[in-house]
Design a protein around this ligand. Structure first.
Ligand code: PLP
Length: 397
């Protein structure tokens, strides 16, 4: 059988690829702290389930390709509270933020076109860009430089005549970097000067810490034709299984092209959209406690990481991930060791090896991404296992 060059060039997600080994460890009776995936343990708001229980149609029919009207209106209302005037016509509901990114790449890239992203980046972008025939071009950043990419020279250095978009994950996954308004403005000006899309993936918008300001690219009206906002209920409302994301843009031509893709995949799940509408109607005060809880988990995780000798990482300012460089030769091998050979009193730990979050060859081999999605006690316990595991791994003959 033949397979496409495109699919052969893709990789399994480093976030999920080791799950079978974690499952085997669990089946063997071990407790495995799952710090690999951005799956929060925060309860999904009751409003979601109530709305779903209230569904009383006789037929579970296809929804509108653009999204159910109730959700489009609730989403528009959510944006309005942020000071953004997206109307129904500016919105498209997608199967998670994942499909939103996937559709956008299909809509804007031709074979060989380039998309700029700060590295490390959310690994699945490589798959989405590759599927559309494009290429991710990285702006390298490090913990030492505070994962700073909003620098004119750094960005302009990687722009070519094939560049179509700058993708910004803000707050960042996997670094937790949060842009200031001035930094966003700089990116907006570059996009305008070079006629590029800004794909603003803001699925972690509310999760900013240390009193930092919550921002959105949607507020830069001067670049309304360039800016596309990706959102999702997954992290925002701890509803990853709902698979409801969205695209918002004032660019009518883009929205029309996207609708062709949306119509071809018919619709997103009807009932999940009804639940998601209830989530987007929640009062913004919902986020106060959630934000506090993540900030606490961040602080506890950082404290625990500080106990690991030789580790390098930057303290995240938002989202719920920490990228760390471990004092090991190879993060994948180390993870396999933790899952198959190591435990502390029957407990071990799973994280995402972060090599796949880089596109620069050879970079990130010793890096891992930790998601601080578990309660503080479990975060401390999981990171302590990494610490003990490093000692055992490095002292093997
Ligand atoms: C930055 C970013 N964008 C998009 C997604 C996609 O999430 P979903 O498809 O669940 O909305 C994720 C998931 O981890 C993410 O971290």
């Amino acid at each position: 059988m033949n397979f496409s060059h495109k699919v052969q060039a893709m990789e399994l997600s480093p976030i999920r690829k080791f799950v079978p080994y974690a499952d085997a460890a669990r089946a063997a009776g071990k407790k495995v702290y799952g710090l690999n995936i951005g799956q929060p343990d925060i309860k999904t708001p009751e409003a979601f389930f109530q709305a779903v229980r209230g569904f009383d149609e006789d037929v579970l029919a296809y929804a509108n390709s653009q999204g159910v009207a109730e959700l489009l209106d609730a989403l528009a209302g959510y944006y309005k509270r942020l000071g953004l005037d997206f109307e129904r016509k500016d919105l498209l509901i997608t199967n998670g933020g994942s499909e939103a990114i996937n559709m956008l790449m299909t809509a804007i890239l031709n074979e060989g076109d380039e998309v700029i992203m700060a590295e490390p980046f959310y690994t699945n972008y490589k798959t989405f860009v590759g599927q559309a025939g494009g290429k991710v071009v990285a702006i390298p950043t490090t913990a030492e430089d505070g994962y700073q990419y909003a620098v004119k020279e750094k960005i302009e250095k990687v722009i070519s005549d094939r560049t179509r978009a700058i993708c910004i994950i803000n707050p960042g996954n996997p670094t937790g970097k949060v842009l200031t308004r001035d930094e966003m403005k700089l990116i907006v000006d570059i996009a305008l000067a070079h006629d590029l899309f800004i794909i603003a993936d803001e699925v972690y918008r509310e999760f900013v810490y240390d009193g930092k300001e919550m921002t959105t690219f949607g507020s830069f009206k001067e670049a309304a034709q360039n800016i596309v906002i990706v959102d999702s209920v997954s992290k925002r409302f701890s509803a990853c299984g709902a698979r409801v994301g969205s695209i918002a843009s004032k660019n009518e031509e883009l929205m029309l092209h996207l609708l062709k893709l949306a119509q071809a995949r018919l619709c997103c799940p009807t009932i999940d959209q009804i639940g998601a509408a209830a989530l987007y109607r929640l009062d913004p005060s919902y986020f106060n406690d959630i934000k506090k809880e993540y900030e606490h988990r961040r602080n506890v995780s950082v404290e625990a990481l500080n106990e690991i000798e030789g580790i390098k990482y930057g303290v995240p300012e938002g989202a719920f991930y920490i990228t760390c460089q471990l004092p090991v030769d190879d993060a994948e091998k180390f993870l396999m060791f933790l899952l198959t050979e190591f435990d502390v009193d029957g407990r071990t730990c799973m994280f995402a090896p972060a090599g796949g979050f880089f596109s620069t060859p050879g970079v990130g081999k010793a890096d891992i991404r930790i998601a601080y999605v578990l309660n503080a006690e479990d975060m401390r316990a999981g990171i302590n296992i990494i610490k003990e595991g490093i000692k055992a791994y490095n002292s093997r003959k």
